[in-house]
Structure formats: C-alpha cells, structure tokens
Write a protein that binds this ligand. Structure first.
Ligand code: AMP
Length: 589
C-alpha cells in the first residue's frame, strides 16, 4: 500500500523539514520501516544506499526525541548511529541535521581523522544525536567524554560493511555501553551470516524488512576521472570529444553561467552543442531537448537542476565537467549512460582540491572505484583525425558521385598537373594538405603530461586504518599525490580548437592580423629579415602579409594576415628550415 508522509503522523517540525527537502512520498523502505520504528519496534532492514534508508531511521528517531515531552534537551546523547566510514557518518549526520533543522535537536558526526579537541568540545556543549564510526566512538568512550548511558535509539547503518571492515568487536563493546531498553534498528545492504548473528543477538523480536535493491550506479558504465586544472578543462574536454566516439553526451557544469559559457565555446570550436539551464524559457528547453533527442545536436551542457527528472537516456558519454556537488548528484548524472545493454562512459573532471574530497566521497558512496585516465594525447588525436579523413575519403571514392561525369573538372586538373611533370603521389599529398589545412592542430604546450597510474585502491583494512588515523588520514600511505604535478602545465588558451572560431580572430595584433609563435628565437641566430623571407617564400604568400615580428630568446612572435594564417600554419610544421632548424609555427596565446 502506498501512503503519504501525512499518514505517518510525524512531528510537525519533521513534516515541515520533509516538505522543505522536497520529499513528496515515502520511499518503499520508509513506508515499510517508519511505522514499526514509530511503534517502538526493533527493525532489521535490508536496504541499500539510495533507497532513502537514512530518513527511514532518522525520521522516527527524531520523532521520538521530539514527541517525548518529558525529555529535556539537556545535551545528553539520546540517539546513536554507527556507520562504517567517516564519509557515511558525515553524510548521515548531515541528512539527520537537515531533517531536524526545525527542532532543537543537535546532531554531531564523530569520526577518525578529525581532531579530538573539536569533538570533545562539541560533546561538552551537548548533542542529542551522535553519528560515528566505531573506532573513534570507542576512543571517546574510553576517554570518558562520551556517555552512552542515556541512549534510547540505536542504529547500525551498513552493518555488513562494518563487520566486513573488522569492526565487530568495537560494535559489540559499544552495544554493551548502551542501555538494554533501547530501540535498535539494523540496516544492511546484504544479510550474510555474521550480520544475521549480530541481529539475532542484539535485536529483540525485530520486524524484518527487505527492499529490492535498486540499481545504484550503472554496472555498464565505465567510470573514469581525470585531474585537470580549471583553465585546462575546456581543452581537455575537446580532446575527449575529438578522440572518443561520442554519439551523444551530457556535459554537466556547476552553474547556469558556466553551462552557457561552455556551450558557446564548444559551438565556436565547431561542435554541435546547446546549453540547458534554468534561465531558458520552457519552450526553449523543450526545443533544446528535442534537438538533442533527435541527435540534431550531440552535446548537451546542463546543470544538475535542469537535467533532473528529464527523460534523457542512452547517451554514450557523461562528462562531469565540474565535479558533482555530492555523491548523489554523481549517481543521478551518470545514470544517464550505459543503459539497455550498451556500455557508456562517464568521465569526471576533478581539480586538485576536488579530487581529495569528492573522489573519496563518490567512491565511498557508490562503493565502486573510479579509474584515473588522462585526456587523449596529441598522437592519439592526430591518429583519430587521420582515421576520420580516410573514412571520409573512402566514402567519397565509394560514392557514385565520383564517376567520371561528376568529377570531370577535377580529372581535367589532374591531367594538367601530371602534364607539367608533377608526380601523382605528390599531387595527392598536396591536395590532402590543402583539404586538411583548416583542421586544427593542437599546440604542443597544452598537452597533458602522461597520467601516472593511480595507486591501487586501498583494501578495506587500510581504509579502516585511515579512518581511525589522526588528521593526516587520507594523505598518508601511497595516496599522497602531487595533483599539481600531474595537472596540465599550461593554460589551454593556445588550443586552437577553442581559440580560433571559424571566423578566426584570436590573438589579433592589428586589424586583420593574427599573432603566431615560431619555435626559433635569438639563440638560434634569427633576424627579422630571415623570418619574413622564409615564411613568404616557403609558404608562398606576399611579404606584406607578414606584419610585426618580435624575436625573443627562444621563440619569435610573428603577425600574419588573417586570410593567410591557415596556409602558413599548414605549411610550417617542420617542412622548411631557418638557420638549419625546422620551422614550426602555431597560434600564440
Ligand atoms: P539514502 O538512501 O538515505 O542515502 O537516500 C538517498 C537519497 O534519497 C537522498 O538524497 C535523500 O535525500 C533522498 N530521499 C530520501 N527519502 C526521499 C523521499 N521520500 N523522497 C525523495 N527523495 C528522498
């Protein structure tokens, strides 16, 4: 039977919070567990994260605390939740706090890694609900700062995980500290024998509930991440878009402005993209969505809010351009790919700050490791471009349109060229060069350094030790990574896909000129006259098409007339030399 929150008759302060949190109807686990817990029954529930289990135990717990008017809020701990990891403890404490925000109930998380002093001070000030990991809880009990004698509500959250992590003895010791008259709820994703035994031993006559596990993350999704500096994100994304078979991708950005900005930049770089965010009118949103569904556009840049509840599935890629705000958003975001037996790819971009906090939280929440990767290298991208070119050319050759009558003019040109003693292969090579002159070349300096392989994921024991360790916690043991070292060294501004909109116009020095950077400079003995002469004659453009020249120690800046830039770039990738060194030109930043 489906019923509403009203039917549960929760304390008004909780009803208000439920409404504020936007919960419309209790989830199945809430429907099954809350009535028993409100009655005062013990409960053994099999339910995974993502089913709404936190509210299933926290709402009745808070209801009891608030409903029993005889209870003074004197700061003595009346409810205790045991959680296996610090991430879960924090998450549960936060969720419980939110549910109790319209009441005087104080909630605190207690976990290894945080300073004892902070926790002791907070305990002294008084809290009604403590959510903690067994190791740290036990420490505080032993130090005499945590008194559990008044605890009436006890929850064992993710009991299977706690036992698997070797916390059984700690859990049992803590249980012995709590009055036998308490009410106990045990939540576990699975019910292996040790959990069963624990339940039988410590929970008197419990109501048993099992909720079919919902699929939390998509088994068919390959979950990858990269570390990338903010200023390199666009270039990194474009590299993936170039090298991956992206049929349709959802790209998540943190804010409306960022979503719009990114969509604009992608369009400028030649990708069919649109933004979806709250500033768009309903009609516009519909149009954008329909275009995406019909594959008129392949890239949809969205905010979490705009994408929520949308019927968009089966995208080949999800890019978390900005890492999600919390692990639940991550699950919602990547749930859009890898459906219906098709393998999807989710790539999350972390900056060095996010990687420390958010990656851990996501992995803890989904219980799945993310694999570190790096944006495709220049070589990979060039190889992909060649492949695509061959495909296009083969298609063209294969088409009926290549028959004599349709290509008479081209054939006549070939005849003219061969008669002036050009070799057929040379003609083809030159033609390919011209045909691909507009194709972007990624400048070398924005290449990512090769990704080191990520240190092996910690074993449960190691995680447990880290959980109990003092502040340094996660940065210990092989986990200490120099995020900066692996980040991209230079900004992506030189990335031509991004930098040169189809109309040109980047790095303009004077009207109609674009600034290029040459790999040679003062140390190579360069003089301005050399530069003009070499480029003009080698590329075949008039000397006046070359403007200002600034020779620096290791490089030279050359202004070139906009209409000749593509030609200069295409012909200056080492084909000719100056002072004995091959000349390479690219767009200057
Ligand atoms: P949990 O399984 O407790 O981690 O909850 C998973 C997510 O479901 C959290 O984001 C909760 O805020 C959300 N949630 C819990 N109960 C409800 C509900 N009745 N309606 C909508 N969302 C809910």
């Amino acid at each position: 039977m489906v019923f509403s929150f009203e039917d549960l008759c929760l304390h008004p302060a909780l009803m208000k919070a439920v409404e504020q949190m936007g919960f419309e109807q209790p989830t199945p686990i809430q429907q099954a567990a809350i009535p028993f817990l409100l009655e005062g029954r013990n409960v053994v529930a099999q339910a995974q994260t993502g089913t709404g289990k936190t509210a299933a135990f926290a709402l009745p717990m808070l209801h009891h605390l608030l409903a029993e008017e005889s209870q003074p809020f004197d700061g003595r701990v009346r409810a205790l939740v045991l959680a296996p990891t610090r991430e879960l403890a924090i998450q549960v404490a936060e969720a419980t706090s939110r549910m109790g925000k319209n009441s005087p109930v104080r909630v605190m998380a207690v976990y290894g890694g945080q300073s004892y002093d902070i926790q002791k001070r907070q305990l002294k000030r008084g809290v009604e609900v403590v959510v903690g990991t067994p190791g740290r809880l036990l420490d505080l009990i032993r130090q005499g700062v945590l008194d559990l004698s008044q605890v009436q509500y006890l929850v064992l959250d993710e009991a299977d995980e706690m036992l698997e992590m070797g916390f059984i003895e700690d859990v049992e010791t803590i249980l012995s500290e709590v009055s036998e008259n308490r009410q106990t709820a045990l939540f576990s994703a699975t019910m292996p024998a040790p959990v069963r035994k624990l339940a039988d031993r410590y929970l008197n006559d419990p109501a048993e509930i099992a909720i079919n596990p919902t699929r939390l993350t998509v088994a068919d999704t390959e979950q990858l991440y990269i570390r990338v500096r903010e200023e390199n994100k666009q270039a990194a994304l474009i590299r993936f878009l170039e090298a991956e078979e992206v049929k349709s991708a959802l790209i998540f950005a943190r804010t409306k402005a960022r979503a719009q900005e990114l969509a604009d930049a992608l369009i400028q770089a030649g990708y069919p993209a649109e933004a979806l965010h709250g500033d768009l009118s309903q009609a516009r949103r519909e149009t954008v969505l329909n275009r995406f569904r019909r594959h008129n556009i392949t890239l949809l840049v969205a905010t979490d809010v705009a994408a929520r509840g949308l019927d968009i599935e089966n995208v080949s890629h999800v890019f978390n351009y900005d890492a999600p705000g919390d692990p639940e958003d991550y699950v919602h975001r990547i749930g859009r790919t890898g459906r219906a037996g098709r393998k999807g790819i989710a790539i999350t971009f972390f900056n060095s700050r996010d990687v420390r906090v958010k990656l851990k939280a996501i992995e803890a929440y989904t219980r799945q490791p993310l694999k570190e990767t790096a944006p495709p290298s220049r070589e990979e991208i060039l190889a992909k471009r060649d492949e695509r070119f061959i495909e296009r050319l083969s298609e063209q050759i294969g088409k009926g349109s290549i028959s004599d009558s349709f290509t008479a003019r081209e054939r006549a040109l070939i005849a003219r060229l061969t008669s002036s003693a050009f070799d057929l292969v040379d003609i083809a090579a030159a033609a390919i060069q011209l045909a691909r002159a507009g194709e972007s070349e990624l400048p070398a300096e924005s290449l990512v350094e090769p990704a080191e392989t990520r240190p092996a994921r910690k074993s449960k024991r190691q995680r447990m030790e880290a959980e109990q360790a003092p502040a340094a916690g996660y940065s210990k043991k092989g986990e200490k990574r120099s995020g900066e070292k692996r980040s991209w060294d230079r900004p992506a501004k030189g990335d031509r896909r991004k930098a040169v909109p189809p109309s040109g116009g980047f790095g303009r020095q004077e009207t109609g000129m674009i600034r290029l950077k040459m790999n040679l400079g003062e140390v190579h003995g360069l003089r301005p006259g050399d530069v003009v002469g070499a480029i003009a004659s080698e590329v075949g453009i008039p000397g006046r098409a070359i403007g200002d020249i600034t020779i620096r120690k290791n490089f030279t800046l050359v202004d070139v007339a906009e209409k000749h830039v593509m030609q200069v770039l295409a012909h200056s990738t080492g084909q000719y030399s100056l002072r004995g060194k091959p000349v390479m030109l690219k767009l200057a930043h």
